[in-house]
Design a protein around this ligand. Structure first.
Ligand code: ATM
Length: 225
């Protein structure tokens, strides 16, 4: 791709974000939380309930995506590439995903997204803190994400003690490299700090039964519709 085409494409990304923020648009809801918080099961329940109320108007999506860019992220993880490489691949995957999200929002859809940029800040921030220092890592991750994201209207942060989350993860299939207790505690701390800075966050106690968690999430989303 020529340098000019690249610049045009990049400004399209920022433009998509600005257009999505200003035009008549749907609602962008992000679900975040450590592994074992039940976030993905809740995302499905939330999607099914909203889709019954608003047929054809609700999209469920997730990161890493199911595109070849998402496959690159999974491959980098499996092959143990460096933390910075992995972070940049998550962001590349998101840059394309954000364009699709902006398009759905422009069509007036309610977009439910299972993980978005806060996952990179929390997971890669916790991973890179030894090599870069936590403050630098978090600032760098926020900076690389800033031009390519669509600002969420609502982020639901599923909070749960790391011990309980790990127990849930152990009861599922294999444990990934992201899933160890100290690491999950660090990720959780970064998430909680992000939450304090942003009024569009709502925390949900994810140790509650799934059906209750879904009802709490639905009430928060309906309040924004
Ligand atoms: P799910 O388990 O929600 O599908 O996410 C896949 C993993 O990718 C998850 N950890 N595990 N196991 C979190 C990790 N992840 C990041 O580290 N950074 C990111 O930006 C995203 C979107 C996910």
């Amino acid at each position: 791709m020529s340098a000019m085409a690249q610049v045009e494409k990049d400004s399209l990304v920022v433009g998509a974000s600005a257009a999505a923020a200003s035009a008549k648009r749907g609602l962008f809801v992000v679900l975040e939380g450590i592994d074992g918080s039940g976030k993905s099961s809740a995302a499905k329940g939330i999607f099914e309930a909203l889709a019954r109320e608003m047929p054809g108007r609700v999209v469920l999506t997730s990161e890493p995506t199911d595109t070849w860019l998402g496959d690159c992220v999974r491959r980098a993880n499996k092959e143990g590439l460096s933390g910075t490489t992995e972070a940049l691949l998550f962001v590349a995957d998101r840059a394309e995903h954000s364009l699709r999200i902006a398009q759905w929002l422009g069509e007036g859809k309610v977009v439910i997204c299972d993980r978005y940029f806060a996952s990179t800040v929390a997971y890669q921030g916790a991973a890179l803190k030894t090599s870069m220092g936590e403050k630098n890592a978090i600032e760098w991750l926020k900076m690389v994400n800033e031009p390519i994201i669509v600002p969420p209207d609502l982020t639901l942060l599923f909070t749960i003690r790391a011990e309980m989350a790990m127990e849930r993860v152990r009861q599922r299939s294999g444990v990934s490299k992201f899933e160890n207790l100290d690491y999950l505690r660090d990720v959780d701390l970064v998430y909680r700090s992000l939450c304090m800075d942003d009024p569009n966050y709502i925390t949900i106690d994810a140790s509650r039964p799934l059906a209750q968690v879904i009802q709490i999430a639905l009430a928060a989303i309906r309040a924004k519709l």
